[in-house]
Design a protein around this ligand. Sequence first.
Ligand code: TYM
Length: 338
Amino acid sequence: MERKRVLSGVQPTGALHLGNWLGAIRNWVDLQISHETFFCVVDLHAITVPHDPAVLSENTLSTAALYIACGIDPKVSSIFIQSQIAAHSELCWLLNCVTPLNWLERMIQFKEKAVKQGDNVSVGLLDYPVLMAADILLYDSDLVPVGEDQKQHLELARDIAQQRINSRYNNTKDRPVLKIPKPLIIKEGAKVMSLTDGRKKMSKSDPNEGSRIGLLDPPELITKKIKRAKTDQYIGLEFDNPDRPEADNLLTIYSILSGLGKEESTNQCKEMGWGKFKPLLGDVTVSALEPIQAKYKDLMQERTELRKILQAGKSDAEEVAQATLKRVHSALGLTCRE
Ligand code: TYM
């Protein structure tokens, strides 16, 4: 039986954090066994906001290394850099021509990011979700494992594929032009919150470094950030109390990283004060990140090996992407390519 296909990606816009790992990459690892998996570093998305070229280039390689350090096996999965496959930009253009402008203007992330850019909002930032749709649709993806914040972008990708391509241009009788993907959002960890405000998402763009734990943060820094994390006046950690977002968030992180799960961690921490809980969470976080950091260090010392992996991923990706692009060209009447 043909295995279902998975595609996902992370932007190389700075150090990856606990949210990226728990909400996304952690799930990719399990999917490798049962699915055909493609994971890209979405560098074209990273230039939708002002960036430093040298930093971007280094972050792109380092993000790929982190995928592997987190457990993505290059022998099983195809790991590649988005900008190396020109079909992403090309399909994005084709989808741009059928996507209504107002679908993009109502995207929550666009509105949030646009506020920060003032008068300098680029067309690229508005177009970000169409490029993301192209990433997903190019690979005939069945499932897209992402954090909660990407749900709206996934819905957009589905709408573009179904309403704007398949139902208008479905001129192939045997199969639709584009496959309709489904988001895969896991229950625990799909929305890791900021350490300094339990009502705000942990984010790479938060100017306060203390709001997030970077996957490459050294142990002392992790311990310090957790020590300074926002708390409340209550004793005992608990889940799902809307008045205690910090307790819910930190206990969620603890339950995942310790491997204890919700029930056991509730039993262990329900009468524990913050003073006792925080060192415990610090230790568990440091231990969980230790093997990732060690593997990452090795990989970054073997850059030639890393580039070979990305080259192999590129050729796997290219083959699938070209086939889809050809189908879309043909459906839209761009036939002189044949
Ligand atoms: P990015 O780099 O912002 O996020 C990468 C992944 O991490 C998840 N994530 C979180 N999960 C839980 N808690 C958080 N605080 C948190 N912050 C981020 C995101 O949901 C995402 O899964 N637009 C995408 C990148 C992208 C993409 C794609 C993803 C471009 N093309 C195609 C999938 C398929 C993004 O959010 O990147």
